[in-house]
Design a protein around this ligand. Sequence first.
Ligand code: ADP
Length: 499
Amino acid sequence: MATSLQKSEKSEASPTSAADIPIQHTDCFIDGQWLPAASGKTFATINPATEQEIAQVAEGDAADIDLAAKAARRAFDSGDWPKMDARDRGRLMYQLADRIEAEIDSLAALETLDNGKPIRESRNVDVPLVIDVLRYYAGYADKIHGSTIPIRGNYFCYTRREPVGVAGQIIPWNFPMLMTAWKWGPALAAGCTIVMKPAEQTPLTCLRMAQLAKEVGFPDGVINVVPGFGPTAGAAVVKHPLIDKVAFTGEHRTAQVITRDSADTLKRLTFELGGKSPNVVYADADLDAAAQGAYMGLYLNQGQCCCAGSRLFVESSVHEEFMEKLTKLTNRRKLGDPFADDTEQGPQVDQNQFDKIMSYIDKGRQEGAECVSGGQRFGDRGYFVEPTIFDSVTDEMAIAQDEIFGPVLSVLKFDGSDEIIERANRTFYGLAAAIWTQDVRKAHEFAARVRAGTVWVNCYDVFDAAAPFGGFKMSGYGRELGEEGLKAYTESKTVTVAL
Ligand code: ADP
């Protein structure tokens, strides 16, 4: 079936356009200073909607990470930050959130420019969530404490929750600002100092956030940002002996390299990795809501979400009716200039991702799945891919097993509860899962038996700063957000006093 995607026009009301956005920060941010890379090298960051260079950015490597790690270590060991009254630490975090809110339009525009996501998402989803996460953790700064423990004998025993130290943070390109906030929020609240490496595809908003942190008064060395590539700058973070912990979001294969590279220094590790999340629609579900949830759960952010509901299981008896609703929604999706107010889908982030997605679309066809929507490049400039649906997919096909990280949905049929839980779990990932049903027994049974860190019932992609997020199996370990996310930046110390 052919799709009838409309190209969106840039409207008069668009908040801005790529040409209007000043690029203020492209160097490394180390110890409160803006520095070029020690090597003098730079690399291009590209506008994925036009394939044109936006700016040259400092290409940090081991030498720059070394400077950043030393600055962060000094700020932690002898600076004010971990010793500061926790309420003042929290107040600085609130001030950073306020500054981001004051600059919400320009930050959203910068995010859209560098990443390609539609401005209405950067402006109305990503940056508001950034602000929310920072405020949530700001409120935690003065509420981190241990417990008193009754032990045998005449002793007074208590625990202290202390910051883990210097946190190395390595993030991907799909939610550049939001991933920065997920990492900075708990680390700063706990009193850690930071060496961050943003993704090479999208360094600009993280660098801008560093400048805003400086302006509101974060002490030098508390936040350091070194742009660069994974195998050089990223690996240097992982190996550096002055860094205590690495929090990483990205591919499981990279996490395997990081695990090996961190062995010598026994760093604390938290990983939030990929997924191939099952989204299960029972015949008794509200099918309109489920179709909307399946549509949004896959196509949000151009399908570039680790928790995308990319394996859609539909109960056979409603398959036809459901597919009609889903394809109708999908074929109406508006692709185009991410700065146009009405654009719902922008380009994929870069040529590599575009090529990978197109090769999976070819593979789906070769394996005998039926492409019922999309399946082509959109336009002739920028990395746009039509929202694509494959029907008649079977469990063993590559498009049902591999994380595609793009707007490609695989639809599989199922019959009955016993079968579906086993099939939902038939993947080495375990990040998220969803079920659509009016039957609470089915919902709770699924929630209990599915091997995933997050389960949504009659909803999808509901995130909150307070609700922990992370994976089972190859989707990672440790949790981000909520109290568990904060604990991942602390060490517990037991103190015993003879009385
Ligand atoms: P993606 O395919 O989504 O880019 P990656 O796992 O390759 O996922 O990248 C996520 C982040 O990890 C990026 O910031 C990238 O530069 C970084 N990275 C890649 N390789 C390494 C590595 N060997 N060591 C540390 N960081 C790395």
